[in-house]
Design a protein around this ligand. Structure first.
Ligand SMILES: *Cc1c(COP(=O)(O)O)cnc(C)c1O
Length: 387
């Protein structure tokens, strides 16, 4: 059992009704993809304004299917962010294409859209924006670039369920939009994901790619035109997701309150004066028409000015009973991507933020007072380790 006094950076919450319903599914004799997955897809489609939705085993599989539905493959380039979970780039490699990393905007920590446009070549086929911490990019500008260069957009909205752009929910517009329901996300299936698409034809292709590419005909016929994967969601996982959806609005609201409490606590404890970078302020975000879902509250430490760097701070916080996370180091400096030719110094903002970024505890069930305790301990740790 986890130590109840320890504050983790996140924790899923499954209500008792859902736990009971999972038990009924397990006892029903039908535990893999079935009626619960269909019900989950129907509710998700309603959430996204009636657009076609299919569910998958996880967010990574969802993005891989999205790339295949868009016809991305060998010889193609896909432009994406260097600050994301490595799945974003790995799926591009999985379909045989080349991920092209661009630098991030140091304020939003999302793709720098001017850098995106500069990175477009005749081989570019798709843009893959990532909404880090559930913060959308400037969607008008993103889709304007895509239209002018005739590119597909595969949105890595893994962290962005219920985030909005100018009042419209992410997923309810756009091209192919991929979500994850992994355990740490704002709502979860334990593991799961879903893809929002444009047409019934795309949805049917996604459905085939989800299960080996099999097409059934008549009572006993079967064919495969394009081999697919084994990417289906189970009814057990879909039942967890169905139990989360009714809480979505309350979860987003509670996270937004906690983020506001964090901003006040960062001021009380003088985090900015210690050289700690904060997320974009609610005022700056709302002026830009962006409503994040506060999937994470992330600070950027001045790592090079702290004895033991970020790890030193994480250790002191852990000793104070506070869990933190790193989301994420810059992807292009991982060995595999270095092997594709990426080097230090190519993406300076991503590299600096990748070294200093730290995720503080934020989840709907935590107490508001905890935001003060976290900021107090963070300030203390940074003063103690200051070089
Ligand atoms: C969680 C996540 C994924 C992958 O989702 P899984 O369900 O873990 O496969 C991809 N991209 C980002 C940005 C994520 O946060």
């Amino acid at each position: 059992m986890p130590d109840p006094a320890f504050l983790p950076f996140t924790r899923p919450h499954i209500d008792e009704q859902t736990i009971a319903e999972v038990g009924r599914v397990l006892a029903s004799g039908w535990i893999t993809s079935g009626p619960k997955v269909q019900a989950f897809e129907t509710q998700l489609s309603a959430l996204f304004g009636g657009r076609p939705v299919r569910a998958f085993a996880n967010g990574t599989a969802t993005m891989e299917v999205a790339l295949r539905v868009a016809g991305i493959g060998p010889g193609d380039e896909v432009i994406t962010s260097a600050i994301t979970w490595v799945a974003t780039a790995n799926v591009v490699v999985a379909v045989g294409a080349r991920p092209v990393f661009v630098d991030i905007d140091p304020v939003t920590r999302n793709l720098d859209l001017a850098a995106v446009e500069a990175a477009i070549t005749p081989r570019t086929r798709a843009l893959m924006p990532v909404y880090l911490a559930g913060l959308p990019v400037d969607m008008d500008r993103l889709y304007d670039i895509a239209r002018r260069h005739k590119l597909r957009v595969i949105e890595d909205a893994a962290q962005a369920i219920d985030a909005r752009w100018q009042g419209r929910r992410i997923g309810s517009f756009g091209d192919l939009v991929s979500f994850s329901f992994q355990a740490n996300k704002n709502i979860t299936c334990a593991e799961g994901g879903c893809l929002v698409m444009n047409t019934v034809d795309e949805a049917e292709r996604a459905e085939r790619l989800r299960l080996q590419g099999v097409v059934r005909t008549g009572a006993d016929g079967m064919d495969v035109e394009t081999p697919g994967g084994k990417f289906n969601l189970t009814d057990i996982n879909a039942t967890i997701g169905l139990g989360q959806l009714p809480h979505l609005a309350a979860i987003t609201q509670r996270r937004t309150e906690l983020a506001a409490a964090y901003f006040q606590a960062t001021e009380r404890h003088g985090l900015a004066s210690l050289g700690i970078g904060l997320p974009p302020t609610p005022m700056a975000i709302s002026a830009a028409g962006i409503t994040p879902n506060w999937h994470m509250f992330q600070v950027v430490l001045p790592a090079e000015r702290l004895a033991g760097g970020r790890a030193g701070v994480m250790q002191l916080l852990k000793e104070a009973g506070i869990g933190t996370g790193v989301h994420y180091p810059a992807l292009h400096l991982f060995s595999f991507y270095r092997g594709l030719g990426w080097r230090d110094g190519q993406l300076p903002a991503a590299e600096r933020i990748g070294r200093g970024i730290l995720t503080l505890p934020l989840f709907a069930q935590m107490a508001t007072e905890d935001t003060d305790r976290v900021c107090f301990q963070l300030a203390l740790a940074c003063r103690q380790l200051a070089l």
